[in-house]
Design a protein around this ligand. Structure first.
Ligand code: NAD
Length: 262
């Protein structure tokens, strides 16, 4: 089982859940220090865990990394296409009057920010799904889980336009590939998290004010802890979801139900 962006946050929790379920896990991530630390920690729990430095936008290296796992393990059963970014600094940023911050307004939105978000969140997911399909279609089995966002379901002024567009693109790519791979026994689904306390956007979700702002858009009134992704990750990876494909499942304390403001 492979998880991209597996050395932190939601990806790490997904990897931990799979370890707890007895799977062999390969964490792939840009951050080598975090990879080393988390592989050691999960291995210490008695699990078979490996780490591989990977930038998901480096498609040649991504193909190599997947080939290495398949050569060693004989197959790739589950792939979490999870690596993603929100580049800030506009993350959850509002001006003093409570309005959307200038940094997130389309008139000021820099080309380089747009390109970076699309590159990681959309191109990176495409490369990951393509590499997964190259192994899973011949196997005649597999489960792929994309980490989308409630931004793909409802717009939020707390996040940038590029982020919402990238996640909606990833969600539609997931649906397309679910259809394309269904007859070959490969399922493709997505999780759409609401706010989770991870290290995204340079750790913005660890900031008390930002957390409070996000808690305000959640009917359950709080930001989620990363462990709360585990049940859904296990469900989608396992045969418990054997007849489910092409679905995006929100895990958001009801946030996608509430009306968007601004
Ligand atoms: N935290 C939230 O509130 C939230 C909500 C909805 C969706 N998401 C999505 O969840 C996914 C995981 O984010 P997170 O919140 O756990 O953040 P995080 O920053 O804690 O973890 C992301 C991990 O991905 C890695 N990464 C970033 N760019 C990469 C690249 N190009 N190649 C390989 N690895 C890379 C980082 O090094 C990091 O370890 C992202 O796709 C994010 O958009 C997060």
């Amino acid at each position: 089982m492979i998880v991209t962006g597996g050395a932190s946050g939601l990806g790490l929790a997904m990897a931990e859940a799979m370890c707890e379920g007895g799977a062999k896990v390969v964490l792939m991530d840009l951050d080598e220090a975090a990879l080393t630390r988390e592989v050691a920690r999960l291995s210490g729990l008695g699990q078979l865990v490996a780490g591989r430095r990977l930038d998901v936008v480096d498609r040649a290296d991504l193909d190599r990394a997947f080939d290495e796992v398949a050569a060693r393990e004989g197959r790739i059963d589950t792939v979490f296409a999870n690596a993603g970014i929100d580049p800030g600094p506009g993350f959850a940023a509002r001006d003093a009057d409570g309005q959307l911050s200038d940094a997130n307004r389309i008139e000021h939105y820099a080309d380089a920010r747009w390109a970076r978000v699309m590159r990681v969140n959309l191109d990176g997911v495409f490369y990951t799904l393509r590499a997964a399909a190259r192994h899973m279609r011949p196997q005649g089995a597999g489960s792929i889980v994309v980490t989308s966002s409630i931004s793909a379901l409802r717009p939020s002024a707390a996040l940038a336009s590029a982020y919402a567009a990238s996640k909606a693109g990833a969600a539609q790519l997931m649906r397309h590939l679910a259809l394309e791979l269904a007859a070959d026994g490969v399922r493709v689904n997505a999780v759409a998290p609401g706010p989770f306390a991870t290290n995204i956007a340079g750790g913005a979700m660890q900031d008390a004010d930002k957390r409070a702002a996000f808690a305000g858009i959640v009917p359950m009134g709080r930001v989620a802890e990363v462990e709360e992704i585990k049940g859904l990750a296990l469900f989608l990876a396992s045969s418990a979801s054997s007849f489910i494909t092409g679905q995006q499942i929100a895990i958001d304390g009801g946030a996608s139900l509430s009306a968007a403001r601004q």
